[in-house]
Design a protein around this ligand. Structure first.
Ligand SMILES: Nc1ncnc2c1ncn2[C@@H]1O[C@H](COP(=O)(O)OP(=O)(O)O)[C@@H](O)[C@H]1O
Ligand SMILES: [Mg+2]
Length: 515
C-alpha cells in the first residue's frame, strides 16, 4: 500500500509538498533498467499509464485526480527474459516484412495483421507470457514499427510538458514545472537517430551532417528540435515541447501558492473590466501559464483572437480565433510575423486580442490598438522586473522604425498599459507572482508606476524551500474605481497592508471553491 501511495504522490503534484527536491530535479524511477532493445519499462509506461481526469469535488472545486491504471509490469527477474523476447520478435519481424510494401497498406489493417503475426510468433516461443505481457509486447513492437518507439508512452501522458532526450541513454521529462529523469532509454544512438529521422521525414525535412539542426512539429502540434553530431558532441539530442498538456486553473495556482485568492480576485476583476495587462518574467517563470489562467476570466460572449509564435494557449471560451506566425521557407520567403497578425487581427472585429509574447515591432501595433479602443489586451514579455518590462517595450517599439521620440514612445506605453504582473521561478522551483504594479501615467519624462502587491521573501528553509508571504503595499490602485463602476466590488481590506493575505481559513478561499 505504501508503495502505491508513493507512486500516487509522484503523479499528484498538488499533494506534493513544495520545494521538494531543491534544484527541481528528482529521479523519477529507479526501477527502469536498460535492456537489449533499449526499451526500459519504468512503471508508468505502456500498460501502466497514468490517466488523469477532472472531476468536481464535493466543495465544487475542480480537482485533478490521478489514478494508476493498467496491469503490473513484469517482475524484475522476468524483465530480462521479456526484453530478450521482444528484441528477437522485433528482429524476426523486420526480417520477414517487406518494409517498402508496408507503406501501401491501410494502417489499421496493417496493425491488426502485425498483431496477428506477433501472436503466432509468440506461440512458437518457449517463454510463456501472461495476457497483459503479451498485449504490452505487441504494443511496444507496434510503437517501434509505426510510432516513435520508447517515446510513445511519454507522448501519451498528458501530464508531461517537455521531453528532453540527451543521447540514447538519458530521457528527462517535465511535469508541472519540475524535471524528472526517467528510466526510458533507446538501444543506442542509431536507434535514437532512426526515431529522429522518422519525426523529421514526416514533415518533409532532413537531418544529416549537412543540416544537423532541425525544427519540426509532431502531428499533435508539439514542437520538436533535433540537433545531432558533430554539433551535439555526445550524440543526437531531441527536445520536445508538448502541446496540449493540461494547464493549471486559477484554483490550482492558488493551491500551489503562486498567488493568493485575494490577488486572484483582483486580477479577475482587472481582466473582466478590460484593463490592458502585461505578464513579465524570465523563461519558465510561468508567464504563459498565467496568461492562460487570466484569459479564462474573459467573458464567454467576447470574440477572442490569440496570436502566438507557437500555439500554446488553451482557451475554453466558445468564440476563439487562433492565429500562429509562420517562419520563412528555405528561400527566405513567405514569412508571416506577429506584427502582420496583430495588424490583421484588427480587421477581424476582435473583442480581445491576446498576444502570446511580445518580442518585437508588433509591440507598437499592440499599444496603438490598446489606445484606440481595443482594450482588455493581454500579453507576456520577457523581462526581469516591471521596470525592465517597460524599457523592453520601449526598445521593441523603436524596432518598428517609426522615428518616435523616446517621450512619445513612453507616452504610448503609459496610456496603453494598466497593469504589469511580474512572475518568477524561485530558487526552490516554485512559481510566484512576485509583484503587481499599476501604471498611473507620466511624471515628466518617466512612466509612473506604483506597486499594489508583492511577494516578500523572508528566507530559505533547511529543505531549500523559500519562505515568504504576499503583501499589499497599502496603496489602493487608481483602477479600483473603474472596477467598482463596472460593478466589480473591491473590499477596502483587499489593499490594506495590515491584513494578512492568503491567511488559512480566510473566506477568500471560498470564492474559488477552495476549502
Ligand atoms: N504556477 C506554477 N506552479 C508550478 N509550475 C508552473 C507554474 N506555472 C508554470 N509552471 C510550469 O513551469 C513551466 C513553464 O511554464 P510557462 O508558463 O510555459 O513559462 P514561460 O511562459 O514563462 O516560459 C511549465 O512546465 C509549467 O507547467
Ligand atoms: Mg511562454
Amino acid at each position: 500500500m505504501s508503495v502505491l501511495k508513493n507512486r500516487l504522490r509522484r503523479f499528484a503534484p498538488a499533494m506534493e509538498p513544495e520545494g521538494n527536491g531543491a534544484n527541481g530535479h528528482a529521479r523519477e524511477s529507479g526501477e527502469g533498467r536498460a535492456s537489449e532493445t533499449g526499451r526500459v519499462v519504468p512503471f508508468e509506461t505502456s500498460k501502466e499509464s497514468v490517466t488523469l481526469s477532472h472531476e468536481r469535488g464535493p466543495s465544487g472545486s475542480e480537482e485533478t485526480r490521478y489514478a494508476l491504471t493498467g496491469t503490473r509490469r513484469p517482475a524484475p527477474a522476468r524483465l530480462e527474459e521479456y526484453q530478450a523476447l521482444k528484441t528477437k520478435i522485433h528482429r524476426d519481424l523486420i526480417n520477414r516484412l517487406d518494409l517498402t510494401r508496408l507503406e501501401k497498406i491501410e494502417p489499421s489493417v496493417l496493425q491488426a495483421q502485425i498483431a496477428q503475426i506477433v501472436e503466432r510468433m509468440l506461440e512458437a516461443e518457449a517463454t510463456p507470457l501472461s495476457m497483459a505481457e503479451r498485449e504490452r509486447l505487441i504494443a511496444e513492437i507496434r510503437d517501434e514499427l509505426f510510432g516513435l518507439g520508447p517515446l510513445e508512452p511519454l507522448l501519451n501522458d498528458p501530464t508531461i510538458s517537455d521531453i528532453l532526450v540527451n543521447t540514447y541513454r538519458q530521457v528527462y521529462v517535465e511535469r508541472f514545472g519540475k524535471l524528472y529523469l526517467t528510466g526510458v532509454q533507446f538501444k543506442d544512438n542509431d536507434h535514437l537517430m532512426q526515431i529522429i529521422d522518422r519525426i523529421v521525414s514526416r514533415v518533409g525535412r532532413r537531418i544529416d551532417e549537412a543540416s544537423p539542426m532541425v525544427d519540426a512539429r509532431l502531428p499533435d502540434g508539439s514542437r520538436v528540435n533535433a540537433i545531432i553530431p558533430p554539433l551535439a558532441i555526445d550524440g543526437p539530442i531531441l527536445s520536445i515541447r508538448r502541446f496540449g498538456t493540461i494547464r493549471p486553473t486559477i484554483e490550482e495556482l492558488i493551491r500551489r501558492g503562486t498567488l493568493t485568492p485575494e490577488i486572484a480576485y483582483m486580477l479577475e476583476g482587472c481582466v473582466k473590466c478590460r484593463l490592458n495587462i502585461i505578464i513579465s518574467g524570465g523563461t519558465g517563470a510561468g508567464k504563459t501559464t498565467l496568461l492562460n489562467v487570466l484569459s479564462s476570466f474573459i467573458p464567454n460572449d467576447e470574440r477572442i483572437i490569440t496570436i502566438e509564435d507557437s500555439a500554446e494557449l488553451q482557451l475554453q471560451q466558445e468564440h476563439v480565433v487562433r492565429l500562429e506566425t509562420r517562419p520563412p521557407n528555405i528561400e527566405g520567403k513567405g514569412e508571416v510575423t506577429q506584427r502582420d497578425l496583430v495588424r490583421n487581427s484588427l480587421r477581424m472585429r476582435p473583442d480581445r486580442i491576446v498576444v502570446g509574447e511580445v518580442r518585437g515591432p508588433e509591440a507598437i501595433d499592440m499599444l496603438q490598438a490598446m489606445n484606440t479602443g481595443h482594450d482588455g489586451g493581454l500579453t507576456t514579455i520577457h523581462a526581469n522586473s516591471p521596470r525592465d518590462a517597460l524599457s523592453r517595450l520601449e526598445t521593441m517599439v523603436s524596432m518598428a522604425g517609426l522615428n518616435l521620440s523616446d517621450r512619445a514612445i513612453r507616452q504610448q506605453i503609459a496610456s496603453a498599459i494598466n497593469l504589469i504582473i511580474q512572475a518568477a521561478r524561485l530558487s526552490d522551483g516554485s512559481r510566484k507572482i512576485v509583484s503587481i504594479c499599476e501604471i498611473t501615467g507620466m511624471e515628466g519624462d518617466v512612466i509612473a508606476m506604483q506597486e499594489i502587491f508583492f511577494f516578500e521573501r523572508l528566507g530559505v528553509a533547511e529543505d531549500g524551500r523559500v519562505i515568504g508571504r504576499f503583501r499589499a503595499t497599502g496603496i489602493r490602485p487608481k483602477f479600483a474605481d473603474k472596477l467598482e463602476r463596472s460593478g466589480f466590488r473591491l473590499p477596502s481590506t483587499l489593499f490594506d497592508d495590515t491584513v494578512e493575505l492568503g491567511a488559512s481559513g480566510s473566506v477568500w478561499f471560498e470564492h474559488y471553491g477552495l476549502r
